[in-house]
Design a protein around this ligand. Structure first.
Ligand SMILES: C[S@@+](CC[C@H](N)C(=O)[O-])C[C@H]1O[C@@H](n2cnc3c(N)ncnc32)[C@H](O)[C@@H]1O
Length: 259
């Protein structure tokens, strides 16, 4: 059953928004903006507008997992598109509290859980649509996260976004090179991840920033087929059975998965 939106005045909403700390998502909660001075602008509305048409307009009958859901912007949009079930996970309880409040104000039912992407195996469920937006570069083990998503929770569609730095234009990488080949690694189009030892943009949680060829290669390597790139940083991907290739994921496969 669709919950009734919380009956609060704009003033009461503004007060609760303030109590819930700094917001990364600039939501519009009945006229109250949660992050009006966001350093990226009206985030993530402007990003959403650029790829909203690339995913199904009607999600009726579908389940959605929003990994790193933050204050729930995308989870709420997926519910507005009719998704049967939306689960939002985030490692940060403060952001989840914001998402809980936003969902209540909007009158949408979202299941929110404090959980790291590394723990998605615990959900023991596959989802028709997985959103993995703006999280990869915050991880110390980004490829592991993609492998785990593929292994445990992706059934069909993956909507992926990452901050990218370096070249956008990839070169054609051969299947193999002789040991003596070294020049290829200095080509700007070679898939590359930039390691951030300290901080980037004042943020100590930025660890690995890929270039575009790298992120595309990682998605493919984890078992996803890239079907569309509606926006510079956004990739619409489809699950492909990759079990023969990906052996890195943990926790160990459940017994029936090994058959
Ligand atoms: C840049 S925000 C992106 C939020 C949202 N997905 C978006 O695209 O607007 C990164 C989010 O990932 C969450 N996060 C960081 N590390 C995580 C992890 N290991 N597991 C789950 N969420 C994580 C942060 O708490 C934060 O909410």
């Amino acid at each position: 059953m669709t919950p009734k939106p919380l009956e609060l005045t704009a003033e009461q909403i503004r007060e609760r928004v303030g109590d819930l700390g700094d917001w990364f998502h600039n939501l519009d909660l009945r006229g109250v903006k949660t992050a009006p001075n966001h350093f990226l602008g009206d985030y993530p509305t402007f990003k959403w507008r650029a790829f909203a048409d690339a995913i199904p307009a009607d999600l009726t009958g579908m389940s959605v997992l929003d990994i790193g859901c933050n204050a729930g912007f995308y989870s709420i949009e997926m519910k507005r598109r009719g998704a049967d079930r939306v689960v939002g996970i985030d490692s940060n309880e403060g952001y989840l509290a914001q998402a809980r409040f936003a969902a209540e104000v909007c009158g949408v039912d979202i299941e929110l859980r404090q959980m790291s992407v590394y723990e998605v195996g615990r959900l023991e469920e596959k989802f028709d649509l997985v959103l993995f937006m703006g999280v990869l570069y915050h991880l110390r083990h980004p490829l592991l996260a993609l492998d785990l998503i593929h292994e445990h929770v992706a059934r069909d569609l993956l909507v992926f976004q990452s901050m990218l730095r370096g070249t956008s234009n990839g070169l054609t990488v051969a299947e193999d090179y002789p040991f003596a080949e070294t020049a290829i690694f200095n080509q700007p189009g070679y898939p590359r991840m930039h390691f951030v030892e300290h901080r980037y943009a004042g943020d100590a949680t930025n660890w690995w920033i890929p270039n575009r060829p790298c992120v595309m290669a990682m998605l493919r390597s984890s078992g996803f087929v890239i079907e569309a790139q509606p926006e510079e940083e956004v990739f619409i991907c489809r699950y492909r059975d990759n079990r023969a290739r990906s052996q890195a994921a943990y926790p160990p496969r459940r017994k029936y998965d090994r058959d």
